[in-house]
Design a protein around this ligand. Structure first.
Ligand code: MN
Ligand code: MN
Length: 298
């Protein structure tokens, strides 16, 4: 990576950090999820940047990948554990950061477990550290608080225009021996749960991304793909974003179905903890330096 590219990653991190902190005032009982997501996304556009993916608002036993529907009227409830996950794109450079707010005030320890796991992981990341050992630290920290890490969710390497660039940072001890290298960018995201420590896919899908573009039969599907390519490229997008420009619910859902069936797009199903345990998540994007790491979303 050249200095210009690193500068863009720093900028994407700084903006994500500022918007993350700003967004915390929106997380209140009675707020609608749609207002929160749209307000955060508007804050991103007002900074002259783009969302790296739709703002995720995952509540209680939902661990990730939920973003409000087009006409969603869900409100935050008084004992909800709310995870906000957001990312920013600056000229292809991406950031990814998340936090958890416990509105009922009864699960502070669960939130703390994921926060401390992230802090401990960051402390040990430097060139030569194996990703599997970082998973070990995350697991120990979360178990030390009496909870479980989510074993089938992990952090990930980030490259320009690629949010999930292959290498993973597990949330449990593994034998994965990839060693961090100076210049690597990673998102590290411990998930702590009161449940059994696994998530499963629900049928519900609100977030998609382009996969490959081939011969699309339906005219409406072609127009949607053209719209997605020019606005979001290969980055994830929300059905509600498409609906704003293609108002027919039936046509949009038929088109997305056709595109999914032909593997032109992929869907990211909403992820729920299998035993319906509560879930907390904390996430930062880091840049590995010569002797440690720089938290880009600090
Ligand atoms: Mn994230
Ligand atoms: Mn991530």
């Amino acid at each position: 990576m050249d200095d210009h590219e690193i500068g863009n990653f720093r900028q994407a991190g700084k903006l994500a950090s500022r918007i993350r902190e700003d967004s915390k005032r929106l997380i209140m009982v009675g707020e609608t999820l749609l207002d929160i997501a749209e307000t955060v996304e508007k804050m991103i556009f007002e900074e002259g940047a783009k969302p790296a993916f739709p703002v995720n608002i995952s509540i209680n036993e939902i661990a990730a990948h939920y973003t409000p529907e087009f006409e969603c009227d869900k409100l935050l409830g008084e004992s909800d554990i709310v995870k906000i996950d957001l990312g920013i794109e600056v000229e292809g450079a991406l950031s990814d950061t998340a936090y958890t707010i416990d509105l009922g005030g009864k699960h502070g320890k669960l939130v703390q477990a994921s926060e401390e796991a992230l802090a401990n992981a960051i402390k040990m990341i430097k060139p030569g550290t194996e990703v599997g050992n970082v998973g070990g630290t995350i697991e120990e920290t979360i178990k030390g608080h009496g909870f479980k890490p989510i074993a089938n969710l992990s952090g990930h390497m980030i490259k320009s225009n690629q949010l999930h660039a292959g290498v993973e940072v597990p949330n449990i001890k593994t034998n994965d021996s990839y060693k961090f290298q100076e210049g690597d960018i990673f998102a590290v995201e411990p998930f702590a749960t009161t449940g059994s420590g696994y998530v499963e896919d629900l049928e519900h899908v609100e977030i998609f991304s382009l996969y490959s573009v081939g011969n699309i039969k339906m005219r409406q599907s072609r127009k949607i793909v053209e719209y997605v390519v020019s606005n979001y490229g290969m980055l994830p997008f929300a059905e509600r974003w498409v609906r704003k420009n293609f108002p027919s619910r039936l046509l949009v859902s038929a088109a997305l179905k056709e595109l999914l069936q032909n593997h032109f797009i992929r869907g990211y199903p909403v992820l729920r903890e299998v035993s319906r345990g509560l879930v907390a998540q904390t996430e930062h994007t880091i840049l590995v330096t010569s002797d440690g790491c720089e938290v880009l979303t600090k």
